[in-house]
Design a protein. Structure first.
Lengths: 539, 137
């Protein structure tokens, strides 16, 4: 040959999978459609969980919302509902997520900061005032306190006259990922797992439309793990919860259809799409073969796909709007049931209303203008996408085998081995960013001149109002004076007693909630029995 | 006293559970030859000050992403002064530019807002001399 072959750049995915310059029918030799894919809506659900996917119903758009006080949150919910958002996602402040009352000294400076402060049932009543709970679907981003917050929601429904079997909520209730990544753990691992199972079991029996656990690979990926690890850890975590629920005598098909997931999709478009296709296939097989599910709905990996704030940059924040549009496309092609996008300003501030609206519009444009919703799993049969789906499946299985060598996910959490691996991956990724091996426009490619980088971006910063925190504390003090003290004391004594035993804690929690015991009092009563988690310090 | 590596206490005060940044910085400083102690999550400012004194840390690095940096840093600096401990404090996290100015005015030595590149952080720490050693070579 006279002409020299062109020098091709390397293309390797975050999980180390090399990408070929071209894929051909040879990459699909012996491809078994029924075994590997099946039609959409059919086992093993590689192509999606519904037969016609978005032709029947487009994904739910659910932005993460939470503002200082219950009344502000209430107003924001009503605003979003008026703009066509059909589901709500509640953010709670850190004291609430950790079971501290707003008046607790440890809560100083944090009350109402990153979400809504909830001290008692009264706050949840205010937040959902005028919002009919049988007509909305609400995601509650709460974990160690999930049983208590969900109990409050059940009592709000009760008082609106809405039957428990009519309400649809998704409490996150995934404590294992909190130990690995997000950090809002309170109690040691075992009693924490008991609370997860208590809530899931209670809902399976009493509030069957509640999705009692949303397993989050998302936060572990945000903390640094790779895409295949994100899916593998999500699958291992859900298996740990399933084992505990089966041990309580529940039938797999009585609760598995209500399990759901939360994953991210930032990064390489096709790696992400393949991750979800492989994940659905693996989940379906696990549920059928390992856990004996018979109901196809038990085998469906239903997921929220959220953009992934760690794909966004501080540099040139408007670029994040463009990234968000690609993440929405990835989530759509990956078959999301629910979608949420981070806002372009989130490295700087609690999102502005404008940024929130732009995120919602991004998803609406993707859904209604691009045609991506016209047919189910449009990438099926692509030589590349099918090969990559197989490669991701192999990687995910490799990661699952690695977890087994660590003694399983629960042991790996207790020892800190998994936390150390996630931190190691975060460090590796940082080095890839620094070397430019992982490209980021405005960060390591096409970097703006120094003067432009120094200019402060034109963003509307959220003005935190300390008065709101003081008002919250005053409200709490008033509640403490006015409630029935004997009823509170009785309910808390019962909660302490039952925590020592093995019975499901939800009935005792509900009694305490109805008596207006505070979140801090309930969490404290449990803490007296359960103790506190000791974090394995590894990095 | 012979030359010794810089001893850094990396701490997560307050309730914020996002520790990716803290761990990445801890890792990078360790690779750069510093002795790094990481406190773990949800530490009270009193605990952090006590640990810094007991460990004879040369510098305290705080990581705060919850927005509570002004409250937490003021409390920590007050405790350090009350304990008459002259340990410099640096802060990283989601910190708006106006707040960074307020933190510096308060007595924080340096602020690394989100997006700061790792080599810049490492270079800053390398420039700090371990206490009572007569400086670095």
């Amino acid at each position: 040959m006279s002409a020299k072959a062109p020098q091709l750049r390397d293309a390797v995915l975050l999980d180390g999978i090399p990408i070929k310059p071209v894929y051909t029918p040879e990459d699909q030799a012996g491809f078994d459609y029924a075994r590997k894919l099946g039609n959409p809506g059919e086992y093993p659900f590689t192509r999606g969980i519904h037969p016609s996917m978005y032709r029947a119903r487009v994904w739910t758009m659910r932005q993460y919302v939470g503002f200082g006080t219950p009344s502000e949150t209430n107003a924001r919910f009503k605003y979003l509902m008026a703009h066509g958002q059909d589901a709500l996602n509640v953010a709670f402040d850190l004291p609430t997520q950790l079971g501290l009352d707003s008046a607790d000294p440890r809560a100083e400076g944090e009350v109402g900061r990153v979400g809504m402060a909830v001290d008692s049932l009264a706050d949840m009543e205010e937040a959902f005032d005028g919002i009919p709970l049988d007509r909305v679907s609400v995601s509650l981003t709460i974990n160690s306190m999930a049983a208590i917050i969900q109990a409050m929601y059940l009592v709000v429904a009760e008082r609106q006259g809405v039957a428990w079997d009519r309400i649809v909520t998704t409490p996150q209730n995934d404590i294992l990922k909190e130990f690995i990544a997000r950090g809002t753990w309170v109690y040691p691992v075992e009693p924490s797992l008991r609370l997860v199972a208590d809530l899931a079991e209670f809902c399976a029996r009493e509030a069957p439309r509640v999705n009692p656990i949303s397993v989050c690979g998302y936060h572990i990926r945000e903390a640094g793990c790779t895409p295949a690890q994100e899916m593998a850890y999500g699958l291992a975590i859900v298996a740990a919860y399933i084992e505990r629920l089966l041990a309580r005598g529940l039938d797999i098909d009585a609760f598995a259809p209500r399990l759901s997931f939360n994953f991210t999709c930032w990064g390489r478009l096709f790696e992400e799409i393949a991750k979800f296709r492989a994940g659905r296939r693996l989940y379906a097989r696990m549920l059928r073969e390992r856990f004996g599910a018979r109901d196809p709905r038990s085998m469906m990996l239903r997921t929220l796909i959220g953009g992934g704030g760690s794909g966004f940059t501080v540099e040139e924040p408007e670029n994040n709007l463009i990234r968000g549009a690609y993440y929405a496309l990835a989530a759509a092609l990956a078959g999301a049931q629910t979608m949420a996008l981070p806002t372009y300003d989130e490295a700087y501030t609690i999102p502005s209303p404008k940024a929130q609206l732009l995120a919602l519009r991004t998803m609406q444009i993707c859904a209604e203008e691009t045609g991506v919703t016209d047919t189910a799993d449009p990438l099926a049969g692509s030589y590349f996408v099918e090969a990559l789906t197989d490669a991701m499946e192999a990687k995910i299985l490799e990661e699952l085998a690695g977890l087994e060598r660590l003694g399983g996910i629960v042991e790996a959490v207790k020892s800190g081995a998994i936390q150390a691996e996630v931190a190691r991956q975060a460090y590796l990724f940082e080095q890839k960013l620094l070397s430019g091996e992982y490209p980021k426009v405005g960060v390591n490619r096409h970097v703006a001149p120094e003067a432009e980088r120094q200019a402060r971006p034109d963003l509307e910063l959220y003005a935190f109002d300390p008065k709101a925190a003081r008002a919250q504390v005053a409200k709490l003090e008033r509640l403490r004076r006015e409630r029935d003290h004997a009823a509170v004391a009785r309910a808390l004594a019962r909660l302490r007693d039952e925590a020592r035993g093995a019975a499901n804690l939800l009935p005792a929690i509900l009694e305490a909630v109805r008596a207006y015991a505070t979140l801090g009092e309930m969490a404290g009563a449990l803490g007296e029995v359960f103790g506190e988690h000791k974090e394995p310090l590894v990095f | 006293m012979a030359d010794r590596p810089l001893k850094v206490l990396i701490a997560k005060p307050g309730l914020d559970g996002h520790d990716r940044g803290a761990k990445v910085v801890a890792h990078a400083l360790r690779d750069a030859g510093c002795e790094v102690i990481y406190t773990g999550l949800k530490r009270g400012v009193e605990e952090i000050v006590q640990e810094a004194i007991q460990e004879d840390a040369d510098v305290i690095g705080l990581s705060i992403l919850s927005g509570a940096h002004l409250t937490l840093c003021q409390k920590l600096l007050d405790r350090l002064r009350a304990a008459e401990a002259e340990i410099p404090v640096v802060v990283g996290g989601t910190i708006p530019a106006t707040d960074a100015e307020a933190l510096l005015a308060m007595g924080v030595q340096h602020v690394f807002p989100t997006g700061t590149h790792l080599p810049e952080i490492v270079a800053y720490f390398r420039g700090l001399a371990p206490a009572e050693t007569g400086g670095r070579p």
